[in-house]
Ligand binder design. Structure first.
Ligand code: SF4
Ligand code: SF4
Length: 339
């Protein structure tokens, strides 16, 4: 594959829309029960929609003009709940660019003080946003696990999705982080790939080797793992598909490649998602669709309604057609491919 071309699964480009875009019925058709939770082990905290970028595929609709960010009172309650729920071993901060929230440091320090693994989903260019000079050393001192977006090893593809200048800034940020030991044996740094268009991701292991060769050979950049994520047909990516007249085709691709082997490992089984306003959801995608926690039976629950997250074990998970985005092909989650 030539650098600069699309990295894509070699699946048929044109897929007839599948009329069976009913996720619950598809599970049943494969003899699988409705999705239910196990005891939560990860709290994913979305601190808001403010971001220094405005990427085409963004399922959060994030951007520089967004005002919805987590307030100090919500952050304080999140820290309180982390302390009271030791079974939440991993606290995963996302956004927007979570680092731009004025409560970001306090949240990370609170989670680390409770001895939890802290993941930060970093867009890389935020390292060079105004007044963010402190960030790389903060990551190091807090010993966070960085999961960084880089949807291709080619400048053209990255800039098509994420904007002009993003590739060079991303490489510069990776070099800063490598010098501090991230991805270089001291602290974990994973990269995230998502397709530049309406395709499924290619095989994760194979693409990881390609990234390692291209980024190592071309730029001297190192990383730990590559995580492949599918684009979810919601929000900004869904509007892009509609504009291009490819929404039905993409949904057909997802539905027709439903893989029952992905279902056991879906992230919503062990993760609870918190919104900037304290709302609780089964995952970040459901949060963006305002689809309440399945356990709440259609009501909106918040962090002020819960004390013990283990009480959610066994509860149903709210699903919809977008769940085909997690179960197509090799599957997709915030931790990469599933099968
Ligand atoms: S995809 Fe990430 S970096 Fe891009 S706008 Fe959304 S939150 Fe920001
Ligand atoms: S979108 Fe994915 S993670 Fe969210 S509920 Fe559906 S299958 Fe689970």
């Amino acid at each position: 594959m030539a650098a600069g071309g699309d990295i894509a699964n070699p699946l048929p480009a044109s897929e007839a829309p599948d009329r069976r875009a009913d996720f619950a019925a598809t599970l049943a058709g494969h003899g699988l029960p409705r999705l239910r939770r196990s005891a939560p082990t990860t709290l994913q905290v979305n601190v808001g929609r403010l971001c220094n970028q405005a990427c085409h595929h963004c399922h959060v609709d994030a951007g520089p003009g967004r005002k919805e960010i987590m307030a100090a009172s919500i952050a304080a309650r999140v820290i309180e709940l982390i302390g009271a729920n030791p079974a939440l071993r991993t606290i995963d901060f996302t956004g927007g660019a979570p680092e731009l929230n004025p409560n970001f440091r306090r949240l990370v320090e609170g989670a680390r003080a409770a001895d939890r693994e802290v993941i930060v989903r970093c867009n890389l260019t935020v390292l060079f946003a105004p007044e963010m000079e402190w960030l790389p050393e903060f990551y190091r001192d807090a010993r966070v696990h960085l999961i960084c977006s880089l949807p291709c090893y080619s400048s053209a593809n990255v800039e098509r999705q994420r904007g002009a200048g993003v590739f060079d800034a991303s490489i510069a940020a990776l070099r800063v982080l490598n010098r501090l030991g991230f991805g270089a044996g001291r602290f974990p740094l994973d990269l995230v790939y998502n397709p530049v268009g309406p395709f499924l991701p290619p095989a994760q292991d194979e693409l990881e080797r390609r990234y390692r060769d291209e980024l190592g050979g071309g730029f001297g950049v190192v990383f730990d793992r590559l995580l492949t994520l599918a684009n979810m047909p919601i929000r900004r990516f869904a509007r892009d598909l509609e504009r291009l007249g490819r929404a039905a085709e993409y949904m057909g691709l997802l539905v027709n490649h439903f893989n029952p082997m992905t279902v056991a490992a879906l992230m919503c089984r062990t993760l609870v998602s918190v919104g900037y306003d304290g709302g609780l959801y089964d995952c970040d995608f459901n949060q963006m669709l305002a689809l309440p926690l399945g356990a709440a039976g259609g009501c909106a629950l918040t962090i002020f309604d819960i004390e013990d997250f283990s009480a959610l074990a066994g509860a149903p998970i709210a699903t919809g057609p977008h769940c085909f985005g997690c179960t197509a092909g090799a599957g997709s989650s915030c931790g990469g491919a599933l099968a």
